[in-house]
Design a protein around this ligand. Sequence first.
Ligand code: KG4
Ligand code: ZN
Length: 354
Amino acid sequence: MKPTLVLGIETSCDETSAGLVEAPGRLLGHTIHSQDVHALYGGVVPELAARAHLSRLEAVVEETFRQAGRRPEEVDGVAVTAGPGLIGALLVGVCWAKALAFALRKPLVAVHHMEAHLFSPSLEDSGAVPPFVALLVSGGHTLLLYAPRWGEYTLLGQTRDDAAGEAFDKVARLLGLPYPGGPAIQTLAQEGDPARHPLPRPMLRSNQTPDDPDYYDFSFSGLKTAVVTLTESLERQGRLEEEKRHLAASFQAAVVEVLVEKTLRAVEQTGCRRVLLGGGVSANRLLRARMARRLGPGGKLFFSTPRLAVDNGAMVARAGLFRLEAGEVASWSLSADANLPFPNLRPRQGTRVP
Ligand code: KG4
Ligand code: ZN
């Protein structure tokens, strides 16, 4: 029998979330509890994240079923993020999902967090399906890949050091902005001049060719260091406060330009003018606007509303439905894997698989 109703559970970082999806991709219920305890520390504290997931997950799942007007007995499978992410946080979700699936005598489905991000836009736009070039930009990953169809991926580029979201978070901290840094920088940058502080565009040179190993790759740690140097110098001059908004705008412009230009390289090389943005940083308005402009009227850009762009259980349920339809059921010995490899991600020649 074809599966129709899948529950998805997400606990890989600091969002405790559940989603209930009905085939072919209708979202019936969805709850996200964003843990605010981490804001006190300026970043996610793994031990606190795991504890908060444990105390919140049951209420989050109950609320999701309530919204959908469905009962747990009606599901055809329980999908859970098995990795990558924080191991303690992942384990809470995996153990919880395993217990629920076992008690319900329903299949357990393991989902890769970054593959789940690819499915998010399809929950709001049924046309957001492969083939597409995908830019996945989150707090832990920066991946550029080509998907000819669901479940089949070619890795084009990835970050060599910090992830794009990580760079936003670190620069925000430097500027004394709250965590998470991305939204805070975006807001401050609105009042700033992006050309005031020329910053490097790492790994972006006009003489690169597709044979160069860094043609599609990213690097954000040098950019962060450039902001550190600039911040220190402005502080010595007593001008840091007045320059913060310009620094935020200049930094955001540098990250966005690199992300957009590398994605456009992938578009040119694959000949696929359909682009999908996924992960928390895809909520960035400048990134969306610039990407749409560079793609032009002949292209198609897919992204989620901010609620589905950040970590959520709905995308896990949708990815789980796909895996369950393919007959992929996890064993009862499933464990979480902080470095779970991306399923079916083939390297293009000369690139490493993360
Ligand atoms: O996908 P996500 O929710 O969690 C991970 O899987 O890591 O991504 C979180 C990241 C954080 O680094 C956050 O600062 C960033 O996404 N982010 C943004 C924006 N909203 C969230 N970055 C830039 N602009 C935004 N509007
Ligand atoms: Zn994520």
